[in-house]
Every structure is written in C-alpha cells, then in structure tokens.
Design a protein around this ligand. Structure first.
Ligand code: S3P
Length: 189
C-alpha cells in the first residue's frame, strides 16, 4: 500500500503526483532500472536518482575502481549508507544496483521507504543489455557471463520478490510500455 503518495492518473492528461513517498526500482543488472526510472520520474514529475551514479559521484571514482580497491564488501558498505539516506527522502524515483537486496537491512529500509517495483527480466535479455559496454565488476572475470547472471538471479530472485510490492516484466518491451504498466499498478496501490 502506498501511504502518503497520491498518484492521480488522468488518461490523456498525464500523471500528477502529490506525493511524499518514493518509488524504488529493483532488479538484476540489465533489467532496465535506469532507463525505466528516468521515464517514470518524468511521468510522475518527480526527481530521478540513480543510486549507482550517486555512489560514484560521492566516491569520486567509478564502481569498478571501488571494487578493485575496497572489494565487494567495501562497495556494499557505501551502498548501504547511501540507500539509507536516499530512501529517507520524500518523492523521488530511485533506481538501485542489482545487489542492493543482499543485505537484510537494505531490504527493510527499501520496503519502509516507498513502493518497491521489481523489474523482472530473462537472462537472455540481461545479456543483450549488459553487452552494450557497461562496466560491471561482478561480470568482469566470468568466463561465461550468461551462467554468472543466472547464478546471481537464482540467489537473488527470492530477495527481490520479498521486497517488491509488485513486479513488472521488461523482456523485449519498450521502456514506455513498462512505465505505463508501473503507473497503472501504482494507481492500484
Ligand atoms: C551490482 C550491480 C550494479 C552495481 C554493482 C553491483 C550487482 O548495478 O551496483 O556493479 O551486485 O548486481 P546495476 O544493477 O545497475 O548494473
């Protein structure tokens, strides 16, 4: 249930958001969180925050370098602190990194911080998207990227499902169609 976020959908007119809570996108690498988040924020007339970009801006270096210098553990500490702060805001659309659900504390603050939407995606679709050059340290040394993605999803899928208010499939769909579906679902919450 959204308590505090009032989303008024007026077909043909657009979406007017009077809210004080957040819409949070979760899902694996290459599920479209950033692209969907940007358009969703535009539709809701809310600011969009991409947690990975915010984290890099604050660190002054990119995520691969953080993994190299501090390991995944160091990255997760930074991510935990950032997520706790960001979900404390009111009225943002937030896209998160694919591993944000690993920590129980994150799962709790995400759930408490807004409506969490899980972008479900097949490994084939993830592969097509992550191959477009983005730099992901968890995939960097994988001999078989598809197998690595499948391994990550099998571990994380129950965690995404646990946190999400609802899920939306993004396979082979246009960003705007995914956004429309989310808007419709938000209306029902
Ligand atoms: C990660 C996903 C990345 C980024 C980091 C770790 C993960 O974000 O946070 O490389 O653990 O799956 P995207 O899901 O935006 O690629």
């Amino acid at each position: 249930m959204i308590v505090g976020l009032r989303v008024v959908l007026c077909p043909g007119v657009g979406v007017r958001d009077l809210g004080v809570r957040n819409v949070i996108l979760i899902g694996p690498m290459g599920s479209g969180k950033s692209a969907v988040g940007k358009q969703l924020a535009r539709a809701l007339k809310l600011p969009f925050v991409d947690a990975d970009i915010e984290l890099e801006q604050r660190a002054g270096v990119d995520i691969p370098l953080i993994f190299e210098k501090e390991g995944e553990a160091g990255f997760r500490v930074r991510e935990r602190e950032l997520i706790a702060e960001l979900v404390g805001r009111n009225g943002i659309v937030l896209s998160t990194g694919g591993g944000v659900v690993l920590l129980e504390e994150n799962r709790r603050v995400l759930r408490a911080g807004g409506v969490v939407v899980y972008l479900e995606t097949s490994v084939a679709q993830q592969l097509a998207r992550v191959r477009r050059g983005e730099n992901r340290p968890l995939l960097a040394n994988a001999p078989d990227v598809g197998a690595r993605l499948a391994e990550l999803v099998s571990h994380r899928e129950p965690l995404y499902a646990e946190v999400a208010a609802f899920s939306v499939r993004t396979d082979g769909r246009r960003v705007r169609d995914v956004v429309q579906e989310i808007l419709g679902q938000l209306h029902g919450h």
